[in-house]
Design a protein around this ligand. Structure first.
Ligand code: PMV
Length: 356
């Protein structure tokens, strides 16, 4: 039974991958060549808030993002919003939805806004449709909107199993370690640019698969690193997780660079941060920080509370000269969660404008 006319609101967070997903073996079903692992951010630091209302009075789906009405005929948005149809199918309904979503961080700048946006939408719409799908099933739906979104369906450290089946039923995310397993671990999200990325990750991945012969060695290497990463995380070994994530990051960005035409998401500010952390690690007996970048120039520097001051000193100059715009520091956070009626983003005006 769909809860018609009732607004449901929830919040969820982006995630940062330590072993990256880059390349689909099935574009339509969004099935990756390798498994990946990530940390979900704390809602208090980075979050998406989404309200969903299903109504028989709506003639089509309506979607507002960051205060702007979106054109759902846009190809990429349509592919992402496919998750709504998958949820409706599971719930046995074709009723339309009014969706209002906002990010408290720059959208589409390589800060995984699509991951938290889609995960939060899937979570909220599942409640509104009273579809009661299990988290694993919800992750397979979120995956089809944006691969990395399946990992934001859970909190803590999240593993996306690549799966092997052609129908994608065994390609889902699950929690590997909860958010309290290693409470001293911190991620510094270092913002050097707030502009939109030039090549979407979807297009970039396709280009890499189609043109880059080096990609062949990636899936096996990433799977190996993933196993090593899980062991290192289990042992709360900062030196190992730092080295592994840096190696995986560098491999992914090297593949992007050697794609034709070349895709370069990193900029001089990103390289300056890499230099600073490499120097810090080289001057310590063990690595004390790792870095990783998504499809954008903003860095994630991972360390522990104990080493946080050293990291801040290592990048001090870049903060002072304005290379780094701002830093948000997050520990691992929870998966999506429901908010109260008072948190609704849907206004009477929006309902009136769309006849809901
Ligand atoms: O899920 P997408 O299409 O936003 O792709 C995400 C790709 C990376 O962020 C670069 C890596 C990852 O695993 O999150």
């Amino acid at each position: 039974m769909v809860a018609l006319g009732k607004v449901f609101t929830a919040e969820g967070s982006p995630n940062i991958a330590f072993i990256k997903y880059w390349g689909k073996r099935d574009e339509k079903l969004v099935l990756p060549y390798n498994s990946s692992i990530s940390m979900t951010f704390d809602h208090a630091v980075l979050k998406t808030t989404t309200s969903v209302m299903f109504s028989k009075k709506l003639k089509a789906d309506v979607f507002y993002l960051d205060g702007k009405l979106q054109d759902l005929r846009d190809k990429e948005l349509k592919e992402r919003m496919n998750v709504l149809d998958l949820l409706r199918k599971s719930a046995g309904t074709d009723v339309h939805a009014l969706i209002v979503s906002k990010n408290d961080f720059p959208t589409a700048s390589g800060m995984a806004s699509s991951a938290s946006g889609i995960a939060t939408l899937v979570y909220t719409a599942n409640k509104a449709l009273e579809a009661s799908l299990a988290p694993k099933e919800l992750s397979t739906i979120a995956r089809q909107g944006s691969g990395s979104a399946c990992r934001s369906m859970f909190g803590g450290i999240v593993l996306w199993r690549k799966g092997q089946k052609a129908d994608g039923s065994d390609s889902y995310a699950e929690q590997a370690f909860d958010e309290n397993y290693w409470p001293e671990l911190v991620d510094n999200i270092v913002v050097v640019s707030q502009s939109k990325k030039k090549v979407s990750s979807r297009a970039g991945m396709r280009q890499t698969i189609e043109t880059n012969p080096l990609f062949k060695s990636r899936p096996e290497a990433a799977e190996k690193r993933l196993r090593e990463f899980i062991d290192a995380y289990r042992n709360r070994n900062l030196d190992s997780i730092s080295r592994i994530m840096i190696a995986d990051n560098n491999e992914m960005h090297a593949l992007m660079l050697s794609t034709v035409p070349s895709i370069r998401y990193l900029n001089p500010a990103s390289y300056a941060i890499m230099d600073a952390i490499d120097e810090l690690n080289a001057s310590s007996s063990e690595a004390v920080a790792g870095y990783t970048f998504d499809a954008g120039p903003n860095a994630n520097i991972i360390t522990t509370d104990k080493n946080q001051q050293k990291v801040m000193s290592a990048i001090k100059q870049l903060i002072e000269d304005g290379t780094i715009q701002y830093i948000k520091t997050s520990k691992a956070g929870k998966g999506p969660s429901m908010l109260n009626d008072k948190d609704s983003l849907i206004t009477d005006r929006m309902k009136k404008d769309h006849g809901a």
